[in-house]
Design a protein around this ligand. Structure first.
Ligand SMILES: Cc1cc2nc3c(=O)[nH]c(=O)nc-3n(C[C@H](O)[C@H](O)[C@H](O)COP(=O)(O)O)c2cc1C
Length: 157
């Protein structure tokens, strides 16, 4: 049986919901990365966009996690400025050694911009993706589930 984990970060809850839906489809546990930067208000929003577009790795908090012997890592995060969400960058950098020999899937939440730039940004900086999907906030629950089922299939799970 495949062994994996779903690692997510969220500012307003959409990515958490997607991570939990994906957990129900795969049986993998979810693991939240807490973003320690204050993202409130317009200043928080602008700073988030700036940090994303300038490839910052920002402070995070997480519970201890066992990552060795996993086949699959599923990342779930919001698209910020068509880029990698900064707390995920920190997490990937911190766990680089444990993440070798693992396949990666990326599921992003957004408002509707095409996802290809976010995919390319991730693959340029980190790992090739076995599966990638974009889920817009406005999709219905049925549409979200259908995209997730396809995503899980792409991962060979
Ligand atoms: C700083 C910032 C930049 C964003 N940039 C984009 C973007 O480039 N394209 C897009 O479609 N949505 C963008 N969004 C919207 C989020 O991706 C979207 O609201 C997402 O569903 C939020 O997920 P969350 O609830 O897990 O935080 C941005 C949001 C923020 C805060």
């Amino acid at each position: 049986m495949a062994k994996g984990i779903i690692v997510y970060v969220t500012r307003t809850g959409n990515s958490r919901k997607l991570a939990e839906m994906t957990s129900r489809e795969t049986g993998f546990p979810v693991h939240e990365i807490q973003d320690l930067v204050n993202r409130k208000g317009i200043v928080g929003w602008l700073n988030a966009g700036f940090q994303a577009s300038t490839k910052k790795a920002t402070p995070i908090l997480e519970q201890p996690v066992q990552l060795t012997d996993l086949d699959t890592i599923i990342l779930v995060y919001p698209i910020w400025a068509s880029s990698v969400c900064p707390p995920i960058r920190t997490w990937l950098n911190q766990h680089k050694e444990e993440l070798r020999n693992t396949q990666f899937g990326l599921l992003v939440s957004n408002l509707g911009s095409p996802g290809e730039r976010a995919r390319a940004a991730f693959e340029r900086e980190f790992y090739p993706l076995k599966a990638f999907e974009v889920i817009r906030e406005k999709e219905t629950e049925t549409e979200k589930l259908s995209i997730i089922k396809n995503f899980v299939k792409l991962l060979g799970l």
